[in-house]
Design a protein around this ligand. Structure first.
Ligand SMILES: C[S@@+](CC[C@H](N)C(=O)[O-])C[C@H]1O[C@@H](n2cnc3c(N)ncnc32)[C@H](O)[C@@H]1O
Length: 238
């Protein structure tokens, strides 16, 4: 792994100590990270938005969740260069299917050669589009309702609550939705006037709204985890 990739990964955590985060990565995450995922991190490291890639420690938990629910049919909202997408494709079975949605095909194509070399591109249906309209389109066909095992949401925060409503119909009971960035750099717990400028705005407010509404949602079992930039795991229970 290049120094830049290491630096991008090490600065993602919310732990108080960078050394502790590095310890977790170097002890438990990097030694077990599949080679193609390391490559995606490396080719992404020079990208100006490299920080958007899913944190590898969060990815490791997501791979476990995918296995725990035997996920076969999944949705990926927000692909970027494809770290979490490739992780999902490597984890689900040979005949698994991922509906992967992003408004930007160019960034998907940065990781695509690595995805192809890993031999898992046949599991991916990439759709270049706003995600909300794709979910609405899926819901027009009744066979899609309750048919997905897993969804990972890592795109425009303003729509997270809208995505959640659609996913509660698309996921089967027992299926899992994972939302990324739900601690918003730790600023969810900081008074508005003390929040650094680059963390302010509608995205932070949308995360605060989402966190409140998920906590109140009786349809899901919930776990809010301080990994990466914060991830929230919702298991649909009815
Ligand atoms: C944080 S990145 C995703 C990172 C990715 N999960 C990974 O592991 O590398 C967010 C992505 O969401 C996409 N995006 C933003 N708004 C979107 C929307 N309304 N619909 C679909 N994709 C969107 C962006 O183009 C960007 O690639």
């Amino acid at each position: 792994m290049t120094d830049k990739a290491k630096q991008a990964a090490s600065s993602k955590g919310l732990l108080q100590s960078e050394d502790l985060y590095r310890y977790i990565l170097e002890t438990s995450v990097y030694p077990r990270e599949p080679e193609p995922l390391k490559k995606i991190r490396d080719v992404t490291a020079d990208h100006p938005w490299a920080m958007m890639g899913t944190a590898p420690d969060a990815g490791q938990l997501m791979a476990m969740l995918l296995r725990l629910v035997n996920a076969k049919k999944t949705i990926e909202i927000g692909v970027f260069t494809g770290y979490s997408l490739l992780l999902t494709a490597l984890t689900i079975p040979e005949d698994g299917q991922i509906t992967a949605i992003d408004v930007n095909r160019e960034t998907y194509e940065i990781g695509l050669p690595i995805i192809k070399k890993a031999g898992v591109d046949h599991k991916i249906n990439f759709i270049e589009s706003e995600a909300l309209s794709v979910l609405d389109q899926l819901l027009k066909y009744s066979e899609n309702e309750g048919s997905f095992d897993y969804a990972f949401v890592d795109a425009d925060k303003d729509n997270y609550c809208n995505y959640h409503e659609r996913l509660m119909k698309l996921l089967k009971v027992g299926g899992i939705a994972v939302y990324d960035n739900t601690l918003w750099g730790g600023t969810v717990a900081v008074p508005e006037e003390q929040v650094p400028d680059h963390f302010r705005g509608s995205s932070r407010q949308a995360i605060l709204d989402l966190n409140r509404s998920l906590a109140d949602d009786p349809r899901v079992q919930l776990s809010h985890v301080a990994l990466g930039d914060g991830i929230t795991i919702c298991r649909r229970i009815f």
